[in-house]
Design a protein around this ligand. Structure first.
Ligand code: UTP
Length: 211
């Protein structure tokens, strides 16, 4: 079964050294991998810059998509893996690893990952983030925020629902959560690449499981 990874921009930029470990790990697992790369600070900086020119919202999203695609291209070049701009709703995976960025204005790369998992008939998305997992409240604002081991999609959607805008930042996009819920796709939110190995081996992961 293919494994879909939503490689958050925050993970890419802040845990750069972990990317080598990620690919090392992938090469030791027999399953195929589809990696959707986020834009992180690059997307937000570019969107904010573009806003100064009074560019309309749809085009701001497109600037976000281009940022995710730059990051995806870098990963493709660095690890010599296939880069794609296919529609994640019609995705095929013939190679061991394929990497892509965003696709449609108004989505996020989490949404792409959710659609990709659906079209590849994958039952799992590993969402790599700079955060350890999902907390009961924002850990950057509240010192007593508790890391959740398990949460349902409906509870997560309640926790993170807010108005969508270009460059909005979610631990896992509620729109993606809804697609996963409907299609019985589970999500692991983690900052630990070893959780991929643990999942494959049927062991307990360190991050949060969303079901
Ligand atoms: P990201 O997927 O990078 O969002 O898209 P994020 O929540 O910041 O995720 P991480 O932290 O990088 O994982 C950045 C912006 O690009 C646009 C949106 O405006 C989004 O907020 N985007 C991205 C799209 O419009 N469509 C896509 O398919 C992907």
């Amino acid at each position: 079964m293919p494994i879909v990874i939503s490689l958050g921009g925050s993970f890419l930029f802040e845990k750069r050294n972990e990317i080598d470990n990620l690919f090392d790990l992938i090469n030791h697992i027999k399953d195929k991998f589809l990696i959707v790369v986020g834009g992180g600070v690059l997307a937000r900086e570019y969107i904010n810059f573009a806003k100064q020119f009074k560019i309309e919202e749809e085009n701001l999203h497109y600037i976000g998509i281009l940022s995710t695609r730059i990051n995806a291209r870098i990963i493709s070049m660095a690890y010599n893996v296939k880069y794609s701009e296919e529609d994640p709703r019609k995705l095929k995976l013939h190679e061991k690893v394929k990497v892509m960025g965003g696709y449609l204005p108004g989505w996020t790369t989490d949404v792409c990952a959710a659609y990709a998992a659906k079209s590849l008939k994958s039952k799992i998305i590993v969402n790599l983030s700079k955060e350890k997992g999902v907390y009961d409240k924002d850990p950057n604002k509240f010192k007593d925020a508790k890391l959740l081991k398990l949460i349902s999609f409906s509870a997560l959607i309640k926790l993170v629902n807010e108005k969508r805008y270009p460059g909005a930042n979610y631990i896992f996009d509620p729109l993606a959560a809804e697609i996963c819920r409907k299609n019985n796709i589970s999500v692991i939110v983690t900052n630990d690449v070893e959780d991929i190995r643990k999942y494959v081996d049927g062991k307990k992961v360190n991050g949060t499981i969303i079901i």
